[in-house]
Design a protein around this ligand. Structure first.
Ligand code: 5AD
Ligand code: FES
Length: 349
């Protein structure tokens, strides 16, 4: 077992069978070895820095109907909101003053924000804050829209692949297509965005083979960013009664992602922090190197409910920034407020 982990550390590669074998037999000792080597790899690549991104959840409307998500169109009990472009700019101003140099604009798939509205918004943010990076996380759009947003100044795009299993993907996403998801990711990458993919751990019906395929897909895609979080049920969804993913399984996947895609930026996700009070600190110690504190206006925070018991819904942006800085420092890392571009993108410049 330890041999396999060392092989992965040195070569960055394992076969599908080897990954499945490893995942099926992780015990206390091998887990610690995996964590130790993932931490070492992260230190080699990124030192002790943790990059901060200001997250603005600007619309909770969504036309899709993913079985796990609290924002799904079928959840008629969800309270919906939409921030106007001027309000989004205000969040960026507040974030810029707090020191953020990356803004992550995230929403459900909401057609109210047309290509034109989004392009103007991106241009306005870039005009006011030319030294900040803009990350979009707005779901699937056509290639033309992706291109005009890139031309307007968007730098990065997050679109989790959610699961690399075609069957599981189709059963969880009745309104979407597995092939189109993957096509969007490769289109975004070919346009020149720094892209982020990623998946949930502990989805009902997910197997060790599926998780191995998630890692192999990521290795093949080589995204700049990799978001990995536990599945957490939301009571007003068809999966409301299902078990959540576990901290240990999620941490193991974070560590493996660090070893298989060493130069990726990997966030310690809010979902991990929601499942376990020190989940994000634990992730930072096993390979994660990004955190995304919330910059959304307090009035709308609770309404962006992807899952139950989401953290940070009652904290002002300044408090959230401060809270995370303390957590990062006490976990033994240092905050980097710069743009924090991926090593891959810096090499290509
Ligand atoms: N539990 C955990 N993560 C979720 N997401 C959506 N719903 C849930 C849930 N119930 C994740 C998806 C999406 C990201 C924004 O949040 O992976 O891509
Ligand atoms: Fe948001 Fe602690 S990270 S309040």
């Amino acid at each position: 077992m330890k041999q396999l982990i060392h092989k992965l550390f040195c070569r960055g590669k394992l076969s599908r069978d080897e990954i499945v074998y490893l995942l099926g037999r992780l015990d206390g000792e091998t887990r610690q070895e995996l964590y130790r080597l993932a931490h070492r790899k992260r230190s080699e690549k990124y030192g002790d820095k943790v990059y901060m991104r200001g997250l603005i959840e600007f619309s909770s409307f969504c036309k899709q109907d993913c079985l796990y998500c609290g924002l799904r169109a079928g959840n008629k009990a969800a309270e919906r909101y939409r921030l106007k472009p001027a309000e989004i700019l205000d969040c960026c101003r507040e974030g810029y003053d707090l020191g953020y140099r990356t803004f992550v604009l995230q929403s459900g798939e909401d057609a109210w924000y047309t290509e034109e509205i989004l392009v103007r918004l991106v241009r306005d943010i870039k005009a006011e804050f030319p030294d900040a990076a803009i990350t979009l996380s707005i779901g699937e759009r056509d290639e033309r829209t992706y291109r005009s947003l890139f031309d307007a100044g968007a730098d990065r795009f997050l679109l989790r692949h959610e699961t690399a299993s075609r069957n599981l993907y189709q059963s969880l996403h009745p309104t979407m297509s597995f092939d189109n998801r993957r096509k969007c990711l490769s289109v975004l990458q070919s346009i020149g965005y720094q892209i982020g993919a990623g998946f949930m751990v502990g989805l009902p019906g997910q197997t060790l083979e599926d998780l191995a395929d998630d890692l192999l897909y990521l290795q093949d895609l080589h995204p700049d960013m990799i978001g990995i979080g536990p599945f957490i049920p939301h009571s007003r969804t068809p999966l409301g009664g299902a078990e959540a993913g576990t901290i240990d399984d999620t941490l193991a996947m974070v560590a493996l992602a660090r070893l298989m895609v060493p130069d990726a930026l990997i966030p310690a996700t809010t979902a991990l922090g929601s499942l376990d009070a020190s989940g994000r600190e634990k992730a930072l110690k096993v390979g994660a190197n990004v955190v995304m504190p919330n910059l959304s206006p307090l009035a709308v925070r609770k309404k962006y409910a992807l899952y139950n018991n989401k953290i940070c819904t009652g904290d002002e942006s300044a408090a959230c920034r401060h809270c995370l800085e303390l957590r990062i420092n006490s976990a033994g890392f240092s905050v980097d407020m710069g743009r924090g571009d991926s090593l891959k993108s810096l090499r290509m410049k």
